[in-house]
Design a protein around this ligand. Structure first.
Ligand SMILES: [Zn+2]
Length: 476
């Protein structure tokens, strides 16, 4: 008997509509404070909100992608609470009739697929933003007030930080695939709150749920969950319990910190928003939206396995984001060699992007450039190691590979006459290695290869050198 961790998530996602949810103000991120505002999103008396139908469309898209039931009749409600960034004193959200309900997302675990159920997805407006200055003042920026959101609420179906991470990755990838959000956590367009507690499977005792807020990356979310898991278990071991409270993750201290204690359930005095008519959604509209959905990640993965003869793992890596999949297929348009392209993208390209925590969209070279580089390698113009160096240059300068190879004089030496001279010279200078080789020490050949590559500044054709070297050693 052990301890079982229980995790549920609430995720707020800003939608990429052109305008806000109830007015025609721009939905662009940033901008000078309080310039993307009008009487409606500032909640001034007399402003009448009008629902942007794109918000419904994007919400339905997400619902369909996550296998939800879509409501045919729904409404907008006022959620009352007081906070300075909430202009009207209430937020327009959805209470008992959410747009989407009963969905699920599948995650891949070592022992198979697991379904994480979604309780609901509803649409609502974002609030303004408080900016705390160094002098202790709080300034308010209402550019974000009225930005459309979907809130996705899961069932408590995840049992570890790792499962929650896999869920979030899948959620984000899918939302980007269907182009309803850019999901940039650093800009706040994807925000996640975690509810976590632990059950002692022996005694059945369970801790009170802790809510963790203000996570700005998946990595922080995982660390916060692992920290809380430990904390809950150690309290259970002492026969104690957690306090029902909200905590935040402190990256510097590497721990969660209490923000506030949670009393009973807050009374938001939900009431129908009298300014917005009840919403009716037709079957035809849902059908149209369904038909417009692009290929979803799991379908793309299956197609990649079929069409490009990739294995399960490779197809998973290459379809983890829509942009990686696009880059892969785009590169293949210029060079017809699936194995070579998939190896380089999964290897040197993605490894470096991961190390630098960057997305593939941020590359400063295109699919055609990568294809050109791979053609140079495949055609024997440069060797594999030189190819890696050229790719590093492409990452840094954005120059095309042919220019880099030309400027740096990296063309591979495949001229037998030229190579023969170099090999002769290296052999002359390394009598001992020849003796070692004759005495059956295979390592000697590796050393000689190294010396030849050094003498040609890495440009020698390695297969050719290997062949010639073996021949020439026989005659010594
Ligand atoms: Zn406005």
């Amino acid at each position: 008997m052990g301890y079982k961790t229980i995790v549920g998530l609430e995720i707020h996602v800003e939608l990429m509509t052109k305008t806000k949810i109830f007015c025609s103000c721009t939905n662009e991120f940033g901008g000078e404070a309080n310039t993307h505002c009008c009487p409606i999103c500032l909640g001034l008396p007399g402003g009448i909100p009008q629902l942007n139908s794109r918000v419904l469309e994007y919400g339905i898209k997400a619902g369909l992608a996550f296998n939800c039931d879509i409501a045919r009749k729904t409404k907008m409600d006022r959620k009352n609470y007081f906070y300075s960034d909430l202009v009207k004193g209430y937020q327009i959200s959805q209470d008992d009739l959410p747009l989407c309900s009963n969905g699920y997302i599948e995650i891949e675990l070592e022992d198979g697929t697991k379904k994480i159920r979604l309780e609901r997805i509803h649409i609502e407006e974002d609030t303004g933003k408080s900016v705390h200055t160094e002098t202790g003042d709080t300034l308010l920026d209402y550019n974000r007030a009225g930005v459309p959101l979907i809130e996705i609420v899961t069932r408590p179906d995840m049992n570890s930080a790792e499962e929650a991470r896999l869920f979030l990755e899948k959620l984000r990838a899918t939302l980007k695939y269907i182009e309803v959000s850019d999901c940039k956590m650093e800009e706040g367009s994807l925000r996640c709150d975690i509810n976590i507690n632990v059950v002692d499977e022996g005694t059945g005792n369970r801790t009170n749920i802790t809510e963790i807020k203000n996570l700005n990356s998946f990595r922080a979310a995982v660390k916060a969950m692992e920290y809380e898991e430990e904390r809950h278990i150690s309290l259970l071991k002492k026969g104690e319990n957690t306090v029902k409270e909200t905590r935040r993750w402190d990256e510097v201290q590497g721990q969660t910190i209490v923000m506030r204690e949670k009393g009973g359930v807050a009374d938001y005095r939900y009431a129908v928003d009298g300014d917005i008519l009840p919403i009716e959604i037709s079957d035809e509209w849902i059908k149209d939206i369904e038909d417009s959905l692009p290929e979803l990640p799991h379908h793309k993965k299956e197609r990649f396995i079929r069409e490009y003869e990739l294995d399960e793992y490779e197809a998973g890596v290459l379809t983890q984001s829509r942009d990686i999949a696009l880059f892969f297929e785009e590169t293949l348009k210029y060079i017809d060699d699936t194995k070579l392209v998939s190896n380089w993208i999964m290897g040197d390209v993605l490894r470096r992007l991961n190390d630098e925590e960057r997305e593939i969209e941020s590359l400063n070279f295109g699919a055609k450039d990568l294809a050109d580089l791979l053609s140079l390698i495949r055609d024997g113009k440069i060797n594999n190691n030189t190819g890696k160096k050229v790719l590093r240059d492409m990452f840094e300068t954005g120059k095309d590979p042919k220019t880099i190879v030309k400027e740096k004089g990296l063309i591979q030496i495949s001229d037998e006459g030229e190579l023969e001279g170099v090999i002769e010279k290296v052999l002359d200078e390394n009598e001992q290695s020849i003796i070692d080789y004759k005495n059956g020490k295979d390592r000697a050949i590796g050393y000689l290869m190294g010396q030849i590559m050094k003498a040609t500044r890495g440009k020698a054709n390695p297969q050719l050198v290997n062949k010639m070297l073996t021949e020439m050693l026989k005659n010594r």
